[in-house]
Design a protein around this ligand. Structure first.
Ligand code: OGA
Ligand code: ZN
Ligand code: ZN
Length: 442
């Protein structure tokens, strides 16, 4: 084992008692990191898959809520439920959301109704509660809409907009937190063959921003098999579909293809829609260094919000330019470093790559000092050792990381280091996750 690794890895085993437990896992035989992580898993009494159970409980505990009264007026219908809650729904909203067979295609889950067929000032001619659990609304053209009491409660909007991302599913981490809550121990064969294992992997990636899959074969096709399970498709880019890259050839205009230190960054900042997931698998390294780095960008952004609110506000409201430039391709995109959920649910995406920043534009002269102060503050948090998780990828240990949240990097290295990798789209990954979660909550 190399001296550098010996220095960096023991942290993992020190926290052994808190590591997640995957009791049925075989002992990995390759690589020190994997052994350290797995040793931690074995030593703990906690089950990672416990989170899966929690999820099921959370999504199935809500019981039907009956209605107690309705109060229609010229603009809206107020509904009161037996549990004491109430909400108002606009008449036009109630007509627009009708889910009868005429207004909604239940085979395609698509709306049929043309909003031009609904007058802005539409009013029901009759509103009645049937058996407390459904609401019947009769419209002037004799059309009838039936609503389920629980459905209406779930979709009530009088309390304001609802966040798009669910903060409760995330565990924001610094070094100490992640080293005692390692999302590791998923097994390649089980992920491919066992739906519970696969679902737990989805949850792990969402909750922690990354996860490891053990026993992954070193053929590049292996990561495609996992990618297919996690989103159906690999995202093809100018780097290709499945990559095998090493420091021996500068195949693309990117520091990743060298042996240089790579500071924490997210990938694809120069795409209008950066890949949501990235997989990395080190299939061979004969040399020193090449440690892998992860930093929770959401944690860093939340800390910035707490410690330096002005900088947080600046970075979440200022659009910055990013680019990728080679002889044949010049990609450009822009966005804030900290992107906020437009419905007030907090931080939704980090776009942070100092390497890919284009010449600044669009920031007012007077705001430049504030920009650099904010950029230094956030960069400082991502570079602080207490926020960084360092480890070493080894053959067999596949890293899957959320590129909208977690920054990755690596230390400089000697010798030849060969990596496999690929990207996945957020629409594919979250789309598959939503469908699986819904099926499990039925
Ligand atoms: C990358 C990258 C890190 C590594 O390819 O985007 O950051 O460990 N690679 O080589
Ligand atoms: Zn209808
Ligand atoms: Zn990268």
């Amino acid at each position: 084992m190399l001296p550098l690794l010996r220095h960096l890895i023991p942290d993992l085993s020190k926290n052994a008692s808190l590591y997640v437990h995957r009791s049925h896992r075989s002992v990995p035989s390759w690589g020190q990191t994997c052994r350290a992580i797995s040793a931690c898993s074995r030593a703990s009494g906690l089950k990672f898959r416990g989170n899966n159970q929690q999820y099921r409980e959370k999504t199935t505990t809500s019981s039907p809520v009956a209605m107690s009264a309705v109060f229609p007026d010229s603009e809206a219908v107020k509904i009161c439920w037996l549990d004491g809650s109430s909400a108002k729904f606009h008449n036009i909203w109630l007509r627009d959301h009708c889910q009868c067979k005429q207004c909604y295609n239940h085979d395609t889950h698509q709306k049929e109704l043309n909003i031009l067929d609904v007058p802005l000032d539409i009013q029901p001619v009759n509103v009645a509660i049937n058996d407390q659990n459904s609401l019947s609304i009769k419209w002037p053209d004799s059309h009838e809409t039936i609503y389920d009491a629980e459905w209406l409660k779930k979709h009530s909007y009088s309390g304001g907009t609802k966040p798009l991302n669910h903060k409760d599913e995330l565990l924001l981490w610094d070094k100490k937190t992640i080293e005692s809550n390692m999302p590791c121990g998923f097994d390649f064969t089980n992920v491919l063959s066992d739906d519970d294992e696969l679902f737990a992997l989805f949850q792990g990636i969402i909750r922690y921003g990354f996860a490891f899959v053990d026993n992954t074969p070193t053929e590049v096709g292996a990561i495609e098999e996992v990618a297919t399970k996690l989103g159906g498709f690999v995202r093809e880019t100018h780097y290709g579909k499945l990559w095998e890259f090493s420091n021996e050839v500068l195949e693309h205009a990117d520091t990743a293809y060298t042996a240089l230190y790579l500071r924490g960054h997210t990938d694809n900042t120069y795409f209008t829609n950066p890949a949501a997931l990235q997989m990395l698998h080190c299939i061979g390294h004969e040399g020193t260094g090449g440690m892998n780095l992860l930093v929770d960008g959401f944690f860093a952004a939340e800390k910035l919000k707490k410690d330096d609110k002005d900088s947080f506000d600046f970075l979440s409201s200022t659009t910055l330019p990013f680019h990728y430039k080679s002889e044949s391709l010049h990609l450009k995109a822009h966005g804030p470093i900290i992107e906020l959920d437009p419905f007030g649910g907090g931080i939704s995406r980090i776009r942070f790559n100092n390497y890919d920043m284009e010449t600044l534009g669009g920031i007012k002269y007077a705001d430049i000092p504030q920009y650099y102060k904010a950029l230094r503050s956030f960069t400082g948090l991502t570079c602080a050792p207490e926020n960084q998780f360092w480890f070493k990828l080894v053959p067999g240990l596949l890293l899957i990381m959320g590129n909208w949240r977690v920054l990755h990097g690596r230390s400089s290295f000697t010798g030849k280091r060969t990596m496999h990798g690929c990207y996945l789209n957020g629409d594919d990954f979250f789309g598959m996750y939503r469908a699986k979660a819904a099926a499990r909550s039925m």
